[in-house]
Design a protein around this ligand. Structure first.
Ligand SMILES: [Zn+2]
Ligand SMILES: [Zn+2]
Length: 261
């Protein structure tokens, strides 16, 4: 199974996962042309994508979904609550959306999709465990906190794509209005660098999880350096050798490397 993040952050999110015979996108929050350009950079053929699955209806996860799904005739699986919220905002049912309850795992070709609900301020927000039967990835961005269910998913995953959204002091000393600061920091907002770093340390110590991509970094309240410094200092506090853990950082403007899971 391979994984590639094409975009990550508040200006748009899109990831690609492929097994031998099946390819999917998770979210299309950048425009169709940007998806095509970034896919071309890493050698991904978008015309062969079998399905798109949606975490939630926020615009940074769905901006390009109608154009892309219409152009390539790709079905889009979306939770009914997200569906109605999105259609309500956009005004009309304009693309290939298929409301899907995600209440039990299902297959798209040889990939198994197992959704789990997370705490976030959309109509409905979910993360995914995606498996090809041998290996699995857990994808969890846009969540206010890591509950036990999400954490258990990560304990068993071969690769973990996890949000590291903000640095708390940058957030609270920054320009955002107070209500927005509290929204981001709250239980229905996003994960901070500290929360994510603590989870990574625990997942390594208790479960031997070693492969992570930090995702959805805020452009205003975080930087890759700050996120990494926080992580490295947390690992240091637990006497974990940084070299034992594989860390990538998903970028807003560029595709990641193709990662073999
Ligand atoms: Zn988002
Ligand atoms: Zn969101």
């Amino acid at each position: 199974m391979i994984f590639c993040n094409l975009a990550s952050g508040s200006k748009g999110n899109c990831s690609y996962i492929s097994s031998n015979d099946t390819s999917i996108l998770v979210d299309v929050g950048i425009n169709c042309k940007a998806v095509e350009q970034r896919a071309a950079i890493v050698g991904i053929d978008i015309s062969r994508v079998d399905a798109i699955i949606i975490t939630h209806e926020h615009i940074d996860h769905m901006q390009g979904v109608c154009a892309l799904s219409s152009k390539y005739n790709i079905p889009v699986y979306i939770h009914p609550s997200s569906y109605y919220s999105f259609v309500g905002k956009v005004g009309t049912e304009i693309c290939n959306l298929k409301a899907n309850s995600f209440d039990r795992p299902f297959d798209i070709g040889s990939l198994n999709i197992n959704a789990f609900r997370v705490s976030h301020d959309a109509a409905y927000t979910q993360g995914f465990t995606i498996s090809d039967g041998e290996k699995s990835i857990v994808m969890a961005t846009d969540l206010g906190y890591l509950n036990d269910n999400v954490y258990k998913r990560m304990q068993n995953a071969d690769y973990i794509y996890i949000e590291s959204n903000y640095d708390q002091s940058m957030l609270f000393n920054g320009k955002y209005p107070k209500y927005l600061q509290y929204r981001i920091d709250g239980k229905n907002g996003h994960l901070s660098n500290v929360e994510t770093s603590n989870a990574i340390a625990r997942l390594y110590l208790e479960n031997g999880r070693k492969r992570f991509m930090l995702a959805h970094l805020s452009q205003n309240n975080n930087t890759p350096d700050v996120a990494l410094q926080t992580l490295f200092s947390t690992l240091g506090q637990h006497n974990i050798d940084v070299k034992d853990i594989e860390i990538a950082i998903a970028d807003q403007a560029n595709p990641s490397e193709i990662i073999t899971i």
